[in-house]
Design a binder for this molecule. Structure first.
Ligand SMILES: [Fe+2]
Length: 193
């Protein structure tokens, strides 16, 4: 096997383990999410991630290689950080807990984006068009997942900023209320916001 192909299969083996680990972590993240949009994003990405595992297997086949996974310690560490965020989040305001969860999830996405980007580059360099196309497809979904998390976090950051100032904002209608003497709302009062 050429050195380039060896590098590519090593990247793909790392990703296969990383994606498999993620299929086990995402249901816990979805369960821990407070905002329904965040919960939905994690649930949607779980289905995509299951597809990523299958697509990687297909990519291995396109190289004439058996799919092999190699323990990905980076993903293990990132998931552990996510689990820590979930544990710490139980004692926090729902918004702050969700934002910590989004932070952990985006670090995971960025690791995957970096890995798929490198793997796709190697596949393209070797003229392995089918493999590059498969990796590109998943890379696009990882980037979309990252954009979606940013889109979900923006209004949450805005709400948390106003919360810290003692104000409130209706996320669905974009209406702002004046700060009240009541200050912060409880989890029940805030509902799913
Ligand atoms: Fe993925």
């Amino acid at each position: 096997m050429s050195q380039l192909k060896e590098l590519l299969t090593k990247e793909m083996s790392d990703l296969l383990d990383a994606e498999t680990q993620l299929t086990e972590a995402l249901p816990k993240m979805a369960q821990a999410a407070n905002h329904p949009k965040l919960k939905e994003a994690f649930e949607k990405h779980l289905v995509q991630t299951q597809g990523h595992v299958e697509r990687l297997r297909t990519a291995f086949q396109s190289l004439g290689e058996e799919p092999e996974s190699e323990s990905c310690k980076a993903m293990q560490g990132l998931i552990e950080e996510g689990e820590k965020s979930i544990q710490e989040g139980s004692g926090k305001e729902p918004l702050a807990a969700d934002l910590a969860l989004i932070s952990a999830a985006q670090k995971i996405e960025h690791y995957e984006i970096a890995s798929y980007g490198t793997a796709r580059g190697l596949a393209r360099q070797m003229g392995l068009r089918d493999c590059a196309r498969l990796l590109s497809h998943t890379l696009g979904e990882e980037e979309s997942a990252d954009f979606l998390l940013t889109a979900i976090s923006d209004p949450l950051v805005q709400q948390l900023t106003l919360d810290d100032m003692g104000a409130d904002v209706n996320l669905d209608k974009g209406e702002r209320k004046q700060p009240t003497s009541r200050g912060r709302k409880s989890k029940q009062e805030r509902g799913a916001a």
